[in-house]
Ligand binder design. Structure first.
Ligand SMILES: Cc1cc2nc3c(=O)[nH]c(=O)nc-3n(C[C@H](O)[C@H](O)[C@H](O)COP(=O)(O)O)c2cc1C
Length: 179
């Protein structure tokens, strides 16, 4: 894991706080981690936390002058790309080829056949079981995206069921396996 470059994308899920433990674990193992966030991810977690952990500015706005074309450079720089947590929204967008923010544009510039792109979904069970989400997950798997199953358990909406983000230790182990 030492000296590996990781793109770590976050989307707007309550599980963003868990992703911070993953990022911290990766940094402690000697990886360089570049966070990319949707606008909605930043409703759940602050830039200061992510920047404090990674020592790198969070990428979110495609049109900030300093980061022009960085979404392409980043894909060349990274050994692996992680999307954690992945919302139903972002999964459905990726499967449709939509590229309207940093996370989705970065996905489209990723050479999926050459380097791993791993998705860790997190959502309410109804969203996870929705036929549209299921179709999108299938479509992404077919083109070579690695998608981890969620865990069953307590969900932030108060219900129990599928859709819970894997525990940070399991996520780190999975990333380690693919690096
Ligand atoms: C408190 C709260 C928690 C949420 N948690 C999730 C979640 O875990 N998974 C999910 O798919 N959507 C969740 N949502 C809904 C998403 O934030 C919403 O669909 C948003 O548009 C996702 O945007 P993004 O995919 O661009 O980040 C949550 C919304 C709120 C208000």
């Amino acid at each position: 894991m030492k000296n590996k470059n990781i793109i770590f994308s976050l989307s707007g899920s309550i599980a963003c706080y868990k992703a911070c433990f993953v990022i911290s674990g990766l940094i402690q193992k000697g990886c360089s981690v570049q966070c990319v966030c949707t606008n909605n991810a930043l409703e759940f977690i602050g830039k200061a936390t992510l920047e404090g952990l990674t020592k790198r500015p969070v990428l979110c706005d495609m049109f900030e002058k300093e980061v022009y074309t960085k979404h392409i450079e980043l894909s060349e720089w990274a050994d692996i790309s992680i999307l954690c947590p992945a919302t139903a929204n972002i999964i459905n967008k990726l499967a449709s080829g939509i590229a309207d923010d940093y996370v989705t544009t970065n996905f489209l510039s990723w050479k999926i056949k050459e380097k791993p792109y791993i998705i860790f979904p997190a959502m309410n069970e109804n969203m996870y079981e929705h036929p549209i989400t299921k179709k999108s997950l299938k479509k992404l798997k077919e083109i070579g995206v690695i998608i981890l199953e969620t865990e069953k358990g307590y969900l932030a909406c108060g219900a129990k069921g599928k859709g819970r983000l894997l525990e940070p230790k399991k996520i780190i182990k999975t990333i380690e396996k693919y690096l």
